[in-house]
Design a protein around this ligand. Structure first.
Ligand SMILES: *Cc1c(COP(=O)(O)O)cnc(C)c1O
Length: 390
C-alpha cells in the first residue's frame, strides 16, 4: 500500500495541489467565495442560466410533478416522461433522428466508446481532447492514437496507419482549456474516407455557437450522416446538469443496449430534465445573450491586445492567458484574487507541462465594466509574473 502523505506533499511543493472553493452564492459573476466577495471569470455558465429564476421554477415544478429521485436505472423504471420529452426536444433542436440522455458528459463519452469499440479497434484523438475522451479509450479496450492538435495531416497519418479493426475519431468541438475550434468538416471528410465513426464533443459549443445556439456540430456538419455522433453537456451553457448523445436511430438503440455507463446507473432526477426543457427554450430564444457574449469576447480581446497580453487563438468565451510554469500561474492567480477577481489557474496534468495558464471565461452576465476591470488588473499584475514565466 503506498503512503499518501508524501505524494500530497510533493504536489504541494510543485504548486500542483488542488483545493476547492466554497460558494455561498449561486453561480454567477459576482460571487461570495469562502466569505469573500469576488468578481468571477471562471464558470462554464456562458449564457448565465445556471441561476436563472425560470429554471429554478421549472425545477420546482418538476420536483412537485415527478418527485426527487428517479428511483431506478432507465431500463428498469427510471425513465420518466420528463426524460422522454427532453430527449425528443433535443433531437428536434439538433436536427438528429434521436437523442439519449446520460447523467454526465464524462459518462456519455465513456459509454459511446465502450459501446462501439472493443479490443483490436482504434480510437484516434486530438492531443488536447478532454480527459473523458482519453479515459473512454481505456474503458473500451481500443488502442488510443493521438494526433497533433488541429493538425489534419497528422490525423490522416494516424488513420492510414491504424491497421485492422474499427476506427473512431473523437474530438472536442471547442477545446476546453484553449477555446479554439476543431475543423469538423475536414475531420469528417477523413472519417468518411476511412469509414470511421466521428465522435464530436460539443460541451463548450452547444448553446453558444451556431444558429439558435445549436452548437459547433450543427453549424459545421449539419445533420451529417450516420457515422457522425454528437455529444453535448447540459451543465455548461444550458445551466442545468447532464448530457446527451444524438445521432441515428440505430446508434441510440445500440447505446441503450450496450453503453455500460447508461445501463448500470440510476437515471438522473426527472425534475432536472424538466428544468432542462426550459433551459433549451431559453437557449433557442437566447440570441440577445449570445450577441452580448460576442461583444464581451471582442472587448476582452481588444483590451488584452492593447496590453500585449499573450492571448490564444480563440473566438469563444474561453479566453486563456498562457503563463508557462505552474508557479507563475499560481502567483498571477493569487495577485488577481487579492484584487478581488477570481480566475481559474489551470496546471498540469490538465494542460501540458510548461503550458499552465489562467482560464478566463466570459458569461453573458458580465457587464462591459467587469471586463474592463479584469483588463485593468491584468495590466497591473501580468508584467510581474512574466519574468518568472519565461
Ligand atoms: C465538461 C466536459 C465534459 C464532461 O461533461 P460533464 O457533464 O461535466 O461530465 C466532457 N467534455 C468536455 C470537452 C467538457 O468540457
Amino acid at each position: 500500500m503506498r503512503a499518501l502523505a508524501p505524494a500530497l506533499e510533493k504536489r504541494r511543493q510543485q504548486q500542483l495541489y488542488r483545493a476547492r472553493r466554497t460558494l455561498e452564492t449561486p453561480q454567477g459573476v459576482e460571487l461570495s467565495v469562502d466569505g469573500e466577495r469576488l468578481l468571477s471569470f471562471c464558470s462554464n455558465d456562458y449564457l448565465g442560466l445556471a441561476a436563472h429564476p425560470a429554471l429554478a421554477g421549472a425545477l420546482a415544478e418538476g420536483a412537485a410533478r415527478f418527485g426527487t429521485g428517479s428511483g431506478a436505472a432507465h431500463l428498469i423504471t427510471g425513465h420518466s416522461y420528463a426524460h422522454q420529452a427532453l430527449e425528443e426536444d433535443l433531437a428536434a433542436f439538433t436536427g438528429q433522428p434521436r437523442a439519449l440522455l446520460f447523467s454526465t458528459g464524462y459518462m456519455a463519452n465513456l459509454g459511446v466508446a465502450a459501446a462501439l469499440l472493443r479490443r483490436g479497434d482504434t480510437l484516434v484523438e486530438d492531443r488536447l481532447n478532454h480527459a473523458s475522451l482519453i479515459d473512454a479509450a481505456q474503458l473500451s479496450g481500443a488502442r488510443l492514437l493521438r494526433y497533433h492538435h488541429l493538425d489534419m495531416d497528422s490525423l490522416r497519418r494516424r488513420l492510414s496507419g491504424a491497421g485492422e479493426g474499427d476506427l473512431m475519431v473523437a474530438t472536442d468541438a471547442v477545446f476546453s482549456m484553449d477555446g479554439d475550434c476543431a475543423p469538423l468538416k475536414a475531420i469528417d471528410e477523413s472519417c468518411r474516407r476511412h469509414s470511421a465513426w466521428l465522435l464530436v464533443d460539443d460541451a463548450h459549443g452547444f448553446g453558444v455557437l451556431g444558429s439558435k445556439g445549436r452548437g459547433a456540430f450543427h453549424e459545421q456538419l449539419g445533420a451529417a450522416g450516420g457515422h457522425a455522433i454528437l455529444m453535448a453537456t447540459l451543465g455548461k451553457a444550458l445551466g442545468t446538469f447532464g448530457a446527451f448523445v444524438a445521432g441515428s436511430e440505430e446508434l441510440v438503440e445500440t447505446l441503450i443496449q450496450e453503453a455500460r455507463t447508461y445501463v448500470y446507473t440510476t437515471a438522473a432526477p426527472p425534475a432536472v430534465a424538466w428544468a432542462t426543457r426550459t433551459a433549451l427554450r431559453l437557449v433557442r430564444e437566447g440570441e440577445a445573450r449570445r450577441a452580448r457574449l460576442r461583444e464581451l469576447i471582442a472587448r476582452f480581446r481588444d483590451g488584452a491586445r492593447q496590453l500585449d497580453l499573450p492571448l490564444m487563438d480563440s473566438q469563444t468565451p474561453i479566453q486563456p492567458l498562457r503563463v508557462g510554469s505552474a508557479a507563475a500561474a499560481v502567483k498571477l492567480g493569487e495577485a488577481l484574487r487579492a484584487a478581488g477577481i477570481l480566475v481559474a489557474v489551470i496546471r498540469p496534468p490538465t494542460v501540458p507541462r510548461g503550458a499552465a495558464r489562467l482560464r478566463v471565461t466570459l458569461s453573458a452576465l458580465h457587464a462591459p465594466e467587469h471586463v474592463d476591470r479584469l483588463l485593468e488588473v491584468l495590466g497591473n499584475c501580468y508584467p510581474g509574473v512574466k519574468d518568472v514565466a519565461c
